[in-house]
Unconditional design. Structure first.
Lengths: 111, 115
């Protein structure tokens, strides 16, 4: 029972490069989310998806793109990475009205 | 928009003692969910406890319990018989039932357990 997995777990990239963080869940949950967590901050929502092919912006969407062609996958792309996007990124999923479960996080450093 | 406030950036407690972490939230909704998540140094987000707003009874999970005061919009977490493994960041979170159903987090409380 893999649950929710993120890859890569650790990534260092250069400013201006495109980076994609992958998220895969095995529960067939309808909802999926991407959050970022910066030092000294709680988690802030980047994008979310209520079902396949349905996505919407969260609190801090600028500089990010998502897609959800399959229920189980929800990749997050940084189109042109900036240093301010250095963060820990969490993918999460849940069923309607249920507990939200988190992946282990992807640590991204932009140099 | 809903907001969640944790007014204690840091707390400490002696091992085996009891500690209470505070959380308040703001919403115009009558039905919603509240959660406490634990985040150890590994940064994994671990669910501690969950409360449905329509339930008057306070949720409990072993040594963890909540004091849910709906009218006051307060949702505190009590940890009894504190253990060294309880040391972590604790986040209070609100989840709406309608619409996006996104989770809104507080800023977190760092809990230290003194041996």
């Amino acid at each position: 029972d893999a649950g929710i997995t993120q890859s890569p777990r650790y990534k260092i990239t250069e400013t201006g490069r495109q980076v994609t963080l992958m998220c895969h869940q095995t529960w067939s949950h309808s909802y999926m989310f991407w959050y970022r967590q910066d030092l000294g901050h709680g988690l802030r929502l980047i994008y979310y998806s209520a079902a396949a092919d349905i996505t919407d912006k969260g609190e801090v969407p600028d500089g990010y793109v998502v897609s959800r062609s399959k229920t189980e996958n929800f990749p997050l792309t940084l189109e042109s990475a900036t240093r301010s996007q250095t963060s820990v990124y969490f993918c999460a999923s849940s069923e309607v009205g249920n507990t939200i479960y988190f992946g282990e996080g992807s640590w991204l450093t932009v140099v | 928009a809903q907001t969640v406030t944790q007014s204690q950036p840091e707390m400490s407690v002696q091992e085996a003692e009891t500690v209470t972490l505070s959380c308040t939230y703001d919403t115009s909704e009558s039905d919603y969910y509240l959660f406490w998540y634990k985040q150890p140094p590994s940064r994994q987000m671990i669910l501690v406890i969950r409360q449905e707003a329509y339930k008057q009874q306070n949720a409990t999970e072993n040594r963890f319990s909540v004091n849910f005061q709906k009218a006051a919009k307060s949702f505190s977490l009590k940890i009894s018989d504190s253990q060294l493994g309880d040391a972590a960041m604790y986040f209070c979170a609100y989840r709406e039932i309608q619409g996006a159903q996104k989770l809104v987090f507080g800023q977190g409380t760092r809990l230290t357990i003194n041996p």
